[in-house]
Structures are given as structure tokens and as C-alpha cells.
Design a protein around this ligand. Structure first.
Ligand code: AMP
Ligand code: ZN
Length: 455
């Protein structure tokens, strides 16, 4: 069966043909690690985790090489370090580790490699020297800039033309630029700022350069698929394309470009600058990772996704129904149903794959005997492909989340509270209630005794 993906550059779905089926390469622009990421950021990582899974299923686990970088040098990180007094490396190591942990909780497979920008600075300097030699980069006041008029396909990915960029002030105008659309490859660092010695003085790399260099170093000149959020098409990906083509004799950076749509809150895109963010680590204290993953994949990755509490509740209800069936057997011998793989192979059509999962669930729950058992095993296999049904069903219904108390721990505290109340030690019973409330567990006293639920 052929895979096909919507290619942003071609503006249409194209049959996917890797350059080498025994070594399929994909790259996703990863986070700048200076604080917690939000669930919109996770949408990008989870959409392309699904792509990674689909490619592995088709070409073999060892045949797919997936790199997702960490931007660990950036003005925002420097500012975070100045404000908190913590060294840069401490901040970036901490938030990279948190990001990995969050994505694990959301059922994402680890990428094949996670290159760090700071580990590639010498290659970045070499890359800029090649751009200068080619005539596409120039030095000005300690900066090195890429001259966009040296690349005739500039703007082809995003469709943004240069006049529009300047008129819309989407690029920073600076006195040292020949053309307002030129972008920084290298910039000077003050004595207090982190910096590296270079032919242009002590400085640090620009963000766009990092991905081009890490792709060349880790994956090669031309990769199969380059992914990221829709907002990265311009200027970030446009700039990556231009830099890489100029040092590689016009060879394209990627053969397919895939971009995820925005996760929205109300009428707006979720974004740090608008302040309407839900942080992933906070959400993971309230909801099981698979519930969040289900919600993220419920819409097609290119469509906008409206993020609501209701979406999470519905996702939990759906998953509960699957887990009830999965508890009936533990057969892991089935293959994912062809229909579900076909939906995913068609530009990651998750709404269609979900519909097929529901159909299969209905078939299982309405049937009996061997047919029912086989359908359950197929559901389990489909879940394995898509990153669902990883929990033991009995554990699933305990609903343990994040680093909070487990169901067993809560039950033990509920018993202690009941004992305290029986002994009329209301101070102790209130302490237990407040302690649980601070961990997101709400106790409700009713005629049949006390029950608990997570907030
Ligand atoms: P940033 O930290 O803003 O560079 O974002 C990291 C990744 O998340 C990029 O691929 C962004 O395009 C993506 N992203 C940021 N905000 C959203 C959103 N609201 N919905 C979907 N993807 C997003
Ligand atoms: Zn990038």
C-alpha cells in the first residue's frame, strides 16, 4: 500500500517515496528549552510521533531515522538565566528533561536522535563560511546575514513575497541589513552573554541556522520529510531551505514538508505571547496521558483543534469503553487492521482511523466467542500502532495521573480519614481532606459514606 502525505511545498497530497526505503529520514523542529511547554507545542510533537509510527510500521522499526532538536542557546534562554540567576546549562538541561518526560507520558516514542544546538556551533561556523564563500552571506557590524535575494526560490514554501514581508513588518528592520528580509546567521555576544570565538568575533548563532546544520550533520544534505507547526513555514523553514540549498548546490533540504495546524483556545491560537496557554505538565496532573493524546489526535493534524475541557472528558469516556473490552483478554498476537493503517497512510487521517476503531469496538462488544476475542486483539494492535492502550486495564480504571497520589494511596488516606472521623478527631480528618485537595483529589461525603474523584 502506498503512503501519501500533504506536502506544503507542492500544496497537494503526494505519494510518499523515500530516497532510500532502508533509511527513511525525518526531522521535527523541537522546542527552545527555557520554560514549560504548552499543549499546542505537544500537538506538533504528537502529530509527528504518529507519522514516525506509521513510517516504522511500513518500512520497519530500524529503517526510520527521526531527529528532533533542542534549541539550547537563544535570547529567551539568556533572559531566563539573567532573571533567575541559574546557569544556562542548568535551565536547558532541566527543561529538556521535563519535555522528554511529558512526551513519554503522552505516549510518544523517543526520537532516534535529539541533537543540541550548542553541540554544533563549530559546524555552524563552518556552514556560515561556506555561505559567505558562495556569496549568499555578508558580514555587517559583527553580524553575519543571509542575503535573501541570492536565493531565487525564497518564499516558495510559504507563499509570502518579499514586499509583503516588509510591509507586514514580519521581519526585523535593522540598519546593518542590506535588505530588510535578510536574516541573522551569527550575532555578536556581549562579555556577559554566552558566546563562541568565530571569524566575525565572539558571538552566537541565529536560530534558523541551527536546524540546517543539525540536519546536515545528523541526517544528510536532503532528508525525506521535514515537519513543524504551521507558524514555522515563514520565516523559519523558508530560511532553512534557502541556507541549505545555497551550500548544497541547490539540492533541496527536504523532499516533503509537513505542517500541523494550530491548537486553539476560544477564538485564538494557543500561544505564550497571547497568554492563553494550558501547560502540558499541569494537564498531566489532571488527566491520564492517553486521554490527552486521544484529544490531540481526534482532529486531523492539519485542521485547527479547539481545546476544551469537554474534549478531554469525551476522550476519557471513549477510552474507558475500549479499556472495558481490553480487560477481557491479553492477546498480543494480532496485526493492526488494514483499514486503520490505510486511514493513517492517507495523510494521517486520524478522524477516519478513530471511526474504524469505534466500528471495531462495536463489533467486539456486540459479538461473542472467538470473533469477540479476535476483535479485541485487533483493537489492541491498532492501539499499539497509534500509541494507545498502553496501560493494564485494571490500572487504567484507577485513573492514576502525573506525580500525584495513586488510587491505592488515596484509598489508604480515605480509610485513615474515616477512622479519624469515627474517633471524632475532626482536625485530623480535615488535614487529610486538605492534603488530598492540594493534590487535586476531591472528597465528597454522602449518605453511603465518602467517595473521591480527581479534579
Ligand atoms: P515554539 O516553542 O513556539 O517554537 O513552538 C514549538 C512547536 O510547537 C513549533 O513546531 C510550533 O509551530 C508548534 N506550536 C506552537 N503553538 C502551537 C499551537 N497553538 N498549535 C499547534 N502547534 C503549535
Ligand atoms: Zn527548524
Amino acid at each position: 500500500m502506498a503512503l501519501q502525505f500533504y506536502d506544503t511545498l507542492a500544496r497537494k497530497k503526494r505519494v510518499f517515496e523515500p530516497a532510500d526505503p532502508s533509511r527513511v529520514t525525518m526531522y521535527v523542529c523541537g522546542p527552545t528549552v527555557y520554560n514549560y511547554t504548552h499543549i499546542g507545542n505537544a500537538r506538533s510533537a504528537i502529530s509527528f510521533d504518529l507519522l514516525f509510527r506509521v513510517l516504522r510500521h511500513h518500512y520497519g522499526d530500524g529503517a526510520v531515522i527521526y531527529a528532533r532538536n533542542f534549541t539550547d542557546i537563544d535570547d529567551k534562554i539568556i533572559k531566563a538565566s539573567q532573571e533567575s540567576g541559574a546557569p544556562i546549562a542548568e535551565i536547558t538541561t532541566k527543561f529538556a528533561e521535563i519535555y522528554r518526560k511529558e512526551l513519554r507520558a503522552l505516549g510518544a516514542l523517543p526520537p532516534t536522535s535529539e541533537p543540541l544546538a550548542t553541540a554544533h556551533v563549530q559546524q555552524m561556523i563552518g556552514f556560515i563560511e561556506r555561505l559567505v564563500a558562495y556569496g549568499a552571506a555578508y558580514e555587517a557590524q559583527g553580524h553575519v546575514l543571509f542575503a535573501v535575494d541570492q536565493f531565487d526560490k525564497y518564499g516558495a514554501l510559504s507563499g509570502v513575497d518579499q514586499d509583503e514581508m516588509i510591509a507586514g513588518a514580519r521581519v526585523e528592520v535593522a540598519p546593518y541589513k542590506k535588505n530588510a528580509a535578510d536574516f541573522v546567521l551569527w550575532k555578536p555576544s556581549s562579555d556577559e552573554d554566552p558566546g563562541w570565538e568565530s571569524p566575525w568575533g565572539r558571538g552566537r548563532p541565529g536560530w534558523h541556522l541551527e536546524c540546517s546544520v543539525m540536519i546536515e550533520a545528523g541526517l544528510g544534505e536532503t532528508i525525506d520529510i521535514h515537519c513543524g507547526g504551521q507558524d514555522l513555514r515563514f520565516p523559519h523553514h523558508e530560511n532553512e531551505i534557502a541556507q541549505s540549498a545555497c551550500v548544497h548546490d541547490g539540492a533541496p533540504l527536504a523532499r516533503y514538508w509537513m505542517h500541523n495546524g494550530f491548537l486553539r483556545m476560544g477564538d485564538d491560537k494557543m500561544s505564550k505571547s497571547l497568554g492563553n496557554v494550558v501547560l502540558t505538565h499541569e494537564l498531566l496532573e489532571q488527566w491520564q496521558g492517553e486521554v490527552i493524546r486521544w484529544a490531540l489526535l481526534s482532529a486531523h493534524y492539519r485542521q485547527p483543534l479547539e481545546w476544551t475541557e469537554d474534549l478531554l472528558r469525551q476522550s476519557k469516556t471513549q477510552l474507558d469503553k475500549f479499556y472495558r473490552l481490553l480487560g477481557e483478554n491479553d492477546d498480543t498476537s494480532a496485526e493492526p487492521p488494514a483499514k486503520i493503517f490505510a486511514s493513517l497512510a492517507d495523510d494521517l487521517n486520524t478522524p477516519e482511523a478513530f471511526a474504524a476503531l469505534h466500528e471495531l469496538r462495536d463489533k467486539a462488544s456486540q459479538g461473542g466467542g472467538a470473533g469477540r476475542a479476535a476483535a479485541i486483539a485487533e483493537l489492541r494492535a491498532a492501539g499499539r500502532l497509534m500509541g494507545f492502550f498502553n496501560a493494564d486495564p485494571a490500572e487504567w480504571f484507577k485513573g492514576d495521573v502525573g506525580d500525584g497520589p495513586t488510587a491505592d494511596e488515596i484509598e489508604a488516606l480515605m480509610q485513615r480519614r474515616a477512622d479519624a472521623r469515627a474517633a471524632k478527631d475532626f482536625a485530623a480528618s480535615d488535614r487529610i481532606r486538605d492534603d488530598l485537595a492540594s493534590k487535586g483529589v476531591i472528597i465528597e461525603d454522602g449518605p453511603d459514606g465518602a467517595t473521591w474523584r480527581r479534579r
